[in-house]
Every structure is written in structure tokens, then in C-alpha cells.
Write a protein that binds this ligand. Sequence first.
Ligand code: FAD
Length: 384
Amino acid sequence: MAAAVDRYDTLVVGAGFAGAVLAERLASRCGQRVCVIDERPHIGGIAHDHLDDRGVLCHRYGPHIFHTRAPVVWRYLSQFTEWRPYEHRVMASLEGRLLPFPVNRRTVNELYGLHLADELEMSAFLDARAEQREVIATSEDVVLSRLGRDLYERFFRGYTRKHWALDPSELDASVCARIPVRLDEEDRWSLDPFQSMPRDGYAALFERLLDHPGIDLRLGTSFEEADREIDRDLLVYTGPIDRYFGRRLGALPYRSVEFEMRHHHTPGGGLVQPVAQLNFPSEDVPYTRTTEYRHLTGQVHDWSTVAVEHPVADGEPCYPVPRPENRELYRRYRRLAARERGVVFVGRLARYQYLDMDQVVGQALTTFARLRRAGAVAEAREAA
Ligand code: FAD
């Protein structure tokens, strides 16, 4: 007997930011009936958070720090959460010292015992060490041309090799170009005007996003199952694009991370690290960074949980490997995707792109606006 078929205006694959935002817009703005599925047992995708065994709020798939410079994204998400102001800071653990990272004037002064007084002196210091490069093609080129060899080797080379299992000379310039160099003493990770964490956590934010009578949620359900059981006019697909096409052109490679959770007894609510994130650039240390969640969440607790990151080849698809051949393979999948009718591909996995949460929310809002302009949303409603 054929399986019973349910009918919706839109089927959304994935309950992460991309899928949840589109589901919310389609249900609340267009009156659509939307079915959101996810093969995980929870909402929120990889931004999901939960209380661990000791009651500490943790991000299951790695620390997620929210910041944005897009007022539209901030205003949109503010409908679903209150915020707790939080500015992220990182220090690099180097030869027994903790130094501000990204490299700023204080990093250089403390590392070399200098007294560079202002931005001009810092700039002159870096200019004297920077290596001239005709073409900036790789991440090694980027850092050597900005900071010179010593800072490159101390802060970037080992960390990058551990994180990617590739030398910076084998990686696109874009990877290390994301990390700024500061001539002043600014030590915040991001300079975005909006920097805060969802006050009640990410899972609570997603519950409110998806709390609409037009939205049905099916967890623990893969697209491959739902495809047979759910009839729809529009498919919003936020999973891996190569998986959608049965990996017929080959698998798009990702780098993954294993999280070792360390639990510290902190009676009275003390913290273990001076800042939320410590980076370990040396290749003698087997992990890349440690993050203490209670810095991010502001939770007061007698225990503190620190996530220790061990980069690995296989596992959760975390970081698309930015190399020209992978971009070319993605472009070939993209050409197949362009021929699909009634399907939109949104989010980090469908676009094979590292995107911050705010960028994914922005992408989902733009996709919704485009669907509306194209009349695709109205068509789905008429057919329903
Ligand atoms: P996802 O959250 O991955 O959601 C996709 C969902 O689709 C998943 O739940 C998956 O289970 C589901 N799915 C996929 N395929 C199928 C299928 N076939 N059937 C059913 N379900 C399927 N961003 C920041 O702004 N700040 C940070 O500090 C930050 N830290 C990060 C740390 C790590 C380790 C990583 C990997 C990313 C980090 N990000 C951070 C990026 C952030 O996680 C993403 O931008 C955002 O969560 C992506 O949302 P998404 O909906 O595109 O994807």
C-alpha cells in the first residue's frame, strides 16, 4: 500500500537558522501551511544549546557567539528573543603567556617587550617586518604580507595547520584574511555594532521562531523519508547540496571538530579562564582552542564547562574546505540546482559556504523577499 501523503504549501528541510526563518516568514506573512523537518532530534541546527549533565548551558556543536552589523537582522531576531550584552574576547596561549588575539598593539608590546605608543609606531613596526608579495593568493601570503614571519609562525601557522590539516600556503587567502590586525589596543573579537547573546539561549529563540499555528514540526525525519510522504508546492532545502543530488558529482569536502567537554567545579560561580576563548597556536598542543560557556551565557553555577576543540577529518560537516577545486565542484552542483523547479537552496550547507548566523538569517530574509517578488509564494498558496 502506498504511504499516506500529507499536503503543505512548503516543506522546509532543516530546523536551523535558514529553515526556521523561512518557515516563520512563509507562515506568518503569507498564511502558508509549512512543514519543517529535521533529522536531528532537536531544533536550532548546529546553533542548538542545552543544559549538560551538570546543568550548565552549552552549545552542543561548538560555541556560537552572536554579532551583526545588519540592523535588519537584529530587528528581526529581536522579535523572538531578549538579549544579554556580550563582547567576545580571545587570548592566545603562547610560550606560557596569554596574549590578546587578533594581534593588536598590546600583543606586540607584551610579546617583544616593546613600548609602541600609538598606531603610527605599530604600523612602522609591522611595515619593517612585512614580506612583500607580488600576488596574494594563499593564507600564507596574506599573513606574511601583513605581519611578517615571526608573528605568522607564532600565531597562525600551527593553528591553521591543526585546524585544516593543511599548511596556510595551501589554503585560499580568504581563510586568514578574515582575521584582522589591530594597530590600536582594541581586543574585542568583533567590532559589529550589535553584539549580544540570546538571553534565554538559542533553543528558546528557535522555539519562539517556530511557534506558529501554520508550522508543523517533524524531528528525527530525513528528507529522503519526507520526500515520499509530503506533497508540497515549494521545497526549502537547507541540507548539504551534494547530498540532495545523491553526491553524483562527488562529495564536497568538510573539516570537522570533536568537542571534549571538561567539567570544572567552581563553587561560588567562579570562572576558569580569564576570557571566553583561549587559542593554542602551537602544534605541540593537540587541540586548537578552549571555550568556557558561562562567559558567553552569563549563567551563574557551581560548575563550569569548557569545550576543547580537536579538529578531525570526519564527522559533523563544520567548515567547507576553501580550495579552488572544491569551489569548482560546488559550482557544478549549483548548475544542477538552478535546473530544479520549485526548490530553493539556502544556508551554509546548501551554499557550501562558511557563514555566520547573522549572514544566514540575512540570506533567508533575502530569499523570502525574492520568492515574494517572483510570485513563487503566491503560486504555492493558490495551488494549496
Ligand atoms: P544548520 O544549522 O546546519 O541547519 C541545517 C539543518 O538541516 C541541520 O539541523 C540538519 O540536521 C538538517 N538537515 C540537513 N540535511 C538534512 C536532510 N537530508 N534531512 C533532514 N534534515 C537535514 N556563527 C556565528 O555567527 N557565530 C559563531 O560563533 C559561530 N560558531 C560556529 C562554530 C562552529 C563549530 C560552526 C560549524 C559554525 C559556527 N557558526 C557561527 C556558524 C553557524 O553555525 C551557522 O551560520 C548557522 O548555524 C547555520 O544555519 P543553517 O540553518 O544554514 O545550518
